[in-house]
Design a protein around this ligand. Sequence first.
Ligand SMILES: *Cc1c(COP(=O)(O)O)cnc(C)c1O
Length: 415
Amino acid sequence: MSYSDRARGLYLNQLNGLKESGIFKQERFIHSNQSAEIEVEYPPGSSVKKVINICSNNYLGLSSHPEVVKAAHAGLDYRGFGMSSVRFICGTQDIHHELEARVTEFLGTEDTILFPSCMDANAGVFEAILTSDDVMISDRLVHASIIDGMRLCSAEHDTFKHSNMEHLEEKLEQYANKRLRMVITDGVFSMDGDTARLDEMARLCEKHDALLFVDDSHATGFIGKTGRGTHEKYGVMGQVDVITTTFGKALGGASGGCVSGRRELVEMCRQRARPYLFSNTISPVIVSGTLRAFELLTQTTERRDKLEKNTIYWRKGLSEAGLIIKEGDTPIVPVMLFNAKLSQDFSRDLYDLGIYAIGFFFPVVPQGQARIRTQVSAAHEIHHLNQALEAFTAIGKKYNILGKTKQEIIEMYGM
Ligand SMILES: *Cc1c(COP(=O)(O)O)cnc(C)c1O
């Protein structure tokens, strides 16, 4: 027996440590499909309860859309369940190629390569296109998967202060002697819901002859007038050299991701990116469903327009109720509570009132910045949002934080 009592004890100690410091994560089991209202079993073993979901990435309400489901069925029927191979051996179907072309057209780029997920796209892309003669200059708040991808790459790494363009320019000047400089950012930042200033960044990259990389996972499908993403919002379509994004959020929400951008960079990924070379790509079921999701998006902007309306309504409602939210215009709306325990208590009380939203605290967000991250969807009707606003207001009242400043809340509850 190699897994000795000693080894087991080590892990039990670590896990108990997580429980004692209140950061042990427990999953909630959902018994329904993904939509505005879901049926949830929580805690495990308790009876199933219907609640309004206000924390999913189902931004456009496509996760269970009948047309997407129907297309997924067709994909299963006509192209089978599994590929049983990586792309370059015998794992590429016509529909994989079709989806790549569709993404290229949608994002306004030159070419696209699919990955099993955006996590994998980010894990593979930097190593495939940069060398030890290059430098990666990333915003300090980029997604964890970008950080992992940069770790796998031999290029030098440095950061600039979040969305601070003066600091970015300093860094660009500091590394002027490198073969290539790549500026790296999220389009929409997932914890704060703010957007990168891509117009400024594109201008700086042009001026300093640097490459621009944007992970638009929380934007593709709904940010910008026709939902192309953050580059559309800032009027810089065609000026971002590499876009990575996911199909696991607004685009039906199943799984899969991609690298889209300059033709040669995408080709380098096809030749060299390890998650592409050594892992199966997206199954035909998902390719088919995702293709249909793209079709629905391009036929009409109805869904992203409804999402925009819902977002304005939700942000206004929370502010008027006297809660502190992070300013912005994306459907990611953090309700700031600052104290970790308060965020957990608040989330539990919301659940009791039929609202599903999760509290985030350190290390997912910085110390003293605990919050409930809410996410609006086009699947929400006004009555869902009203019911959620009522619950947020009632619980805000219970903890006496309505109309209070950050300082006052911290005085009451601590950081
Ligand atoms: C969700 C997310 C990812 C990961 O996407 P998957 O396709 O689920 O791996 C990567 N980057 C950002 C910014 C994300 O928000």
